[in-house]
Design a protein around this ligand. Structure first.
Ligand code: ZN
Length: 167
């Protein structure tokens, strides 16, 4: 496994549309393994393949409501249902040091394939619903800064008890 370089917002790759994964082969597994390691090393809660310069529809994230140690692997993910509304602080590994309030659903259901191509569905609440939306948007070339309603001074976050993880 290898640690991958996380691109930052100036990089054009982050604005591009990622292609659907068609082959569930060793190359995909290596990418997912490297993304897992990179995520766990980053201190963030989610990572999408375009953030490491690979324009494929692959996401890894931590379901911190269920098991913060478990890395969830999502290939070709799509948010298929969502409900509620929460206004929460968000950040992104590709936009270091920048945090802002965005509006996200309080609950979301995702449909995705695992690394061998088997389809499954998964639900998430709160920060996990937020993460489902944030990461799938990366696959379409969107950054959370497009949705920020109000930026927050990172120093205020560190003082408060609502310190946010980057995605
Ligand atoms: Zn992000």
């Amino acid at each position: 496994m290898a640690l991958l370089n996380i691109l930052t917002q100036e990089d054009e790759q982050l604005r591009k549309h990622s292609r659907k994964v068609e082959k569930f082969d060793a190359r995909l597994h290596t990418l997912i393994d490297d993304m897992r390691e990179t995520l766990l090393n980053s201190g963030g809660v989610g990572l999408a393949a375009p953030q490491v310069g690979v324009l494929r529809r692959v996401v890894v994230l931590l379901d911190i409501n269920k098991d913060p140690e478990e890395v969830v692997e999502l290939v070709n993910p799509e948010v298929i249902e969502q409900s509620g509304e929460q206004r929460i602080v968000e950040g992104c590994l590709s936009v270091p040091g920048v945090y802002g309030y965005v509006t996200r659903p309080t609950w979301a259901k995702i449909r995705a394939q695992d690394r061998d191509g088997n389809w499954f569905e998964r639900e998430g609440e709160g920060v996990v619903a937020q993460c489902f939306c944030h990461e799938t948007e990366h696959l379409d070339g969107h950054l959370f800064t497009e949705k920020v309603e109000e930026y927050v001074d990172p120093e205020d976050l560190q003082r408060g008890d609502e310190e946010e993880d980057a995605e």
